[in-house]
Design a protein around this ligand. Sequence first.
Ligand SMILES: Cc1cc2nc3c(=O)[nH]c(=O)nc-3n(C[C@H](O)[C@H](O)[C@H](O)COP(=O)(O)OP(=O)(O)OC[C@H]3O[C@@H](n4cnc5c(N)ncnc54)[C@H](O)[C@@H]3O)c2cc1C
Length: 637
Amino acid sequence: MSSHNATTTTAGGAGGGASHGAAGGAPGGAHGPSLEDMLTAKVTIEINAFIYCVIGLIVLLRVPHLVGFLKSNSGRPFLQVFRSGEPSSASEPKNLNQGPKLRKGASFDSTDKGSGPYGAGETVVLDSIHLDAYSTTKCPPHVPSAPGFLDPLRRLLQTRVLPGYSAMQIAVLMNYTYVILYGAFRWSNPFTDGARAGMIAVSQMPLIFALAQKSSILGSLLGYGYETLNYIHRYAGRLSVTAANVHAIFYIYKWSNAGTILQELQHPKFAWGLAFLIAMDILFFFSLEFWRRKAYNIFFWSHTIGIMVLFPAGCMHMPAARPYMFACAILYGLDRIVRAVKSSIATATITHLPRMDMAYVEVPNIRSGWRAGQHVRLRVFSSAMGAFGWAETHPFTIASASGANDGLVLFCKKAGDWTGKLVELAKELDSRGVEGQGTVKVWIEGPFGGPSRMVFSSFSAAVLVVGGSGITFGLSMMEELLVKDRRHESRLKYIELVWVVPDPASVTPLVPLFTSLIQQSHYCILRISIHYTKALTEKVPVYERVEAEPCTSITIDHPNLTLSPGRPRFKNIMNNAIGNAMGLGTAKEALGVSGVVVGVCGPISLGEQVVRSVGEIESATKSRVGGIEIHEETFGW
Ligand SMILES: Cc1cc2nc3c(=O)[nH]c(=O)nc-3n(C[C@H](O)[C@H](O)[C@H](O)COP(=O)(O)OP(=O)(O)OC[C@H]3O[C@@H](n4cnc5c(N)ncnc54)[C@H](O)[C@@H]3O)c2cc1C
């Protein structure tokens, strides 16, 4: 309390001079740093020490998970890079990808129908499962993502409390807010001490930069992809912008009252301060959801230019800010270097998938080095992409498994201007029809993100729920899991892919691939259930002689491949997965039960439905099956 009073008195008495000292470090010179400066330095160190200790604690708690990941032979936990050349041993045994390739323009005129999707108690078809011996020596250990004693808390915190936000995420943000508020008010009064808010703003910048890295060092340590942590980046950024504005308002008010604002702004350090503030406000304004959704390029370029202004402006405005700004510059530079290392120029074949209105991009020379669920940033060097189209990079989830014979595969759905041009380019290349002419040079950067340290093959059952173009996640995941299954490196007894599409006809090109995958599921059951949301009034051709009929579920090409109208019943799907995870009489019976993993990729609402259904499962059931973990991916932020 006495310290607080002392601070207030100093600030008031000095007419803000001490605050200038904190902000610029200059006027304090003759008398050394003011009490305010020292308290501000102490508090900013305290809050950062607290934040990084908490991060360190989480890293420590997750060490067993990292060890489990390393033992699972699932790739590198840090710095993954693409590899070219011959398919790696990961593609053994051969032919996973040599099933029928995507077929375009299939003919449709039949009436072949099958049974509908299972109800609550119905079991799935087991015809492809092999009951011969399954060597368990190479199976990955199952390590839950959080220590067992935290399980009840983890379950509770998974609950959705706001659209797109779990209780855990809200708890993280609220606690972060409290720490920042402590930093802002401890031994300080924002009405008399303008420098404090400025220091709080810059002291959080390294964390904000660390959370923004695509090849996130922090994410690698914590075991989360950068997209998973992006919500903290956005929130911390906004708090920092607020603090910078509080700092600025203090001086604008004071100098305006004194009638000296124009003279003050002629001091270089205050002019730099103004530049810093404008850059922060631009960063904030153009990162609002409206810009990210409606004009991504404006968001991107305002962020890039704003960051470039921040470095010199921060250093020139406040000497005390320099260590923080240097840390940001190092993090930014490192990210750029790692991204450059992770980039390659390759030749891609681009074809058009008319029914899905997608471009199918195949890069045969990039063979391995990624994990299912990771994405790349794609740049296409073609005049067909427009005057500046070559300068844009867009993220796409890799749709093939690492080591697959087709190399790296992407499905790019027409969503706006750039993807529209890519689809047009695919049509044009298709129309040339001459071998080798349908190729184009591309810049591929990645792999990024993905399920990080979650090892899907260490669970007893996996449910992959994908919406629309989220199928890319489902395809790469299924391929990877089937390769592991055949190499005796998987505990999975059951995999179900649930794909929600608007139109039943859009699935046609993928049916041969789906059938091929189901036929290759040797020691586990693979079931693929497609659900369409469009209300049919007449029959719609789907595949060869199969047609979708109003209000009727059908099977296509294989009993484990079903097409049903309406939204999926996740509760039934989960119950079925749990039943199969605990199921006896399979080749993997000796492996026991090691939980169910759910991977979701699609709109936020889809993730919310899945999380809700998992939340409704009784705790006793969850414990019996060894826990249920969810990994979510969304196409955007
Ligand atoms: C991690 C991730 C993985 C994705 N995987 C796939 C995939 O496998 N298949 C697929 O078809 N689509 C995928 N997308 C979506 C795809 O990136 C966008 O549809 C595409 O960038 C749209 O560009 P556009 O100019 O045609 O459309 P626009 O009209 O400019 O944008 C449409 C939407 O895409 C977002 N977007 C635009 N440009 C970018 C960008 N450079 N980076 C991030 N988001 C952008 C916008 O915010 C907007 O919401 C993925 C997105 C993300 C974030």
